[in-house]
Design a protein around this ligand. Structure first.
Ligand code: GLU
Length: 471
């Protein structure tokens, strides 16, 4: 049997972190079993579905590296097939038409509520003959659910879950206008696609019982179910906008690497011993449903940041450079040329230690392509220049100009000698130099900065500052 898993998002917004985790688990399960992972857009709610959301979901999945097998399908394109199945259920006696008026349904609702019952429809048309049908009223089609007893589903995450049939209603398959309900569409689509494992959030567990009986009514083998606990925020509530960024795109935009987010989502609800950093190949090899936890996991942004920092440090400098260049170029005010790119690549090992995201890295790399201008935006740095720093610079510019072989050793020796001559601590001399070269009081080592910027650029930055001081 080929394992087939699926991800069926409703395209009403961008890809949510929780949905991305569901997609990831389905993807991993399929890849682990050499199976298929299919993508179906559940776009039957035309009012709430948008093409932007579809694109954003495709985009988010692609960015996360969750490739699907075959073309994505759209639920709205199989409505005839869904309706056809409802008609077959009518013919086989597993479904019936119900002609209740809205008023009758309201009365049933009130009566059920008074008795504290959740299921309100009293099945009054279940055993009536079609001859009794009112004229000119299309009616809805309802499934015949079992009445007595209970059903147990062997959920691969939750274990055995039982529901007494009293709690299951004869739900609607086809509305009065002939359109299929979600419950029908999802089952028919899963069946037609040969889905063997339904892995999804446990907010769908109640639906599973209804869907299970729909499979049985149709005479089809039902898939395995695995309902994963939802993701909570730090306050123990279901993860929502209140907790900050919740869409995959937001994390991409603020500079997270897809592999870091994927690793984080994997660990959010699934574990493999104490392993925190699990790469894709390992994840595919190790993923199973037994190790999915049964209680909700807490989304911890700090943990995600640390993981991202970890991945950044492991990523090839060239790849990080391209990402930084892309970000800087996208920020309008900057165009990174070949020289800038070279400098960034050389600086990556130095700045990556201080960054958690690509946004941090881009900010730390900016000085490599844009010379500081005055007044400096960083107040502390500006103050250093104004409080005598620029003067110190003037007195070391000569030393710097005299160094033609621009190596770390020569710069180190030359500047230390100069500090002694001026009877200044090395820090007092290095600080204004750092500010002039980077516009900031925090940067990689001063000699690394000078070597990366090169002799001409370093001298030009120092000189432009001297000009400033004489103005
Ligand atoms: N379209 C449903 C959702 O986005 C998916 C339900 C399912 O996985 O069966 O919640």
């Amino acid at each position: 049997m080929t394992v087939v898993t699926r991800f069926p998002p409703s395209p009403t917004g961008s890809l949510h972190i929780g949905s991305a985790r569901t997609a990831l688990f389905n993807w991993l399960y399929a890849r682990n079993h050499n199976g298929r992972f299919i993508l179906r857009v559940e776009d039957t709610d035309k009012k709430r579905s948008t093409t932007e959301a579809v694109e954003s979901i495709f985009d988010g999945l692609t960015w996360l590296g969750l490739d699907w097998d075959g073309d994505a399908t759209f639920q709205s394109q199989s409505l005839d097939r869904h309706a056809q199945v409802a008609k077959e259920l009518l013919s086989s006696g597993m479904a019936y038409r119900c002609y209740c008026t809205p008023k009758e349904l309201d009365e049933m609702r009130v009566a059920a509520k008074a008795k504290g019952k959740r299921v309100f429809y009293d099945r009054r048309w279940r055993d009536k003959s079609e001859d009794e049908a009112p004229e000119g009223v299309p009616g809805v089609v309802r499934i015949k659910m079992p009445i007595a007893g209970e059903t147990t589903i062997h959920d691969l995450v939750q274990g055995d879950v039982t529901v007494v049939h009293e709690q299951l209603d004869d739900f609607i398959l086809l509305r009065a206008d002939g359109s299929p309900t979600y419950m029908l569409s999802v089952v028919v689509d899963d069946y037609d696609a040969g889905v063997t494992h339904v892995i999804r959030g446990d907010d769908h567990l109640n639906n599973a019982f209804r869907q299970y009986h729909l499979y049985r009514a149709a005479g089809w083998a039902h898939p395995e179910y695995a309902h994963i606990p939802l993701i909570h925020g730090a306050d123990g509530q279901k993860l929502s906008k209140r907790h900050g960024a919740t869409s995959v795109q937001e994390y991409r935009d603020v500079g997270f690497l897809p592999e870091a987010l994927r690793n984080y989502l994997l660990r959010l609800g699934w574990s493999h011993g104490d392993d925190e950093v699990v790469d894709t190949a390992q994840a595919i090899e190790w993923f199973n449903l037994e190790n999915v936890g049964r209680s909700p996991s807490r989304f911890d942004p700090a943990k995600l940041e640390n993981l991202n920092a970890n991945y950044l440090r492991e990523t090839d400098a060239k790849q990080i450079t391209s990402a930084i260049v892309e970000r800087l170029n996208a920020s309008q005010s900057v165009t990174v040329d070949a020289t800038g790119e070279k400098r960034i690549e050389a600086a990556v090992p130095h700045i990556v230690q201080r960054a958690k995201t690509l946004v941090d890295l881009s900010a730390l790399a900016l000085f490599l392509v844009v010379a500081p201008t005055f007044p400096l935006t960083e107040a502390k740095a500006d103050k250093i220049l104004k409080n005598g720093g620029a003067k110190v610079l003037g007195s070391i510019a000569v030393t710097l100009r005299s160094i033609s072989d621009w190596t770390e050793e020569n710069l180190d020796a030359g500047l230390r000698r100069r500090a002694e001559e001026l009877e200044l601590g090395f820090g007092k001399l290095a600080q204004p130099l750092r500010v002039a070269l980077t516009g900031s009081t925090a940067s990689p080592g001063i000699f690394d900065v000078m070597v990366i910027l090169g002799r001409d650029e370093s001298l030009s930055r120092v000189t432009s500052l001297l000009d400033f001081e004489t103005e």
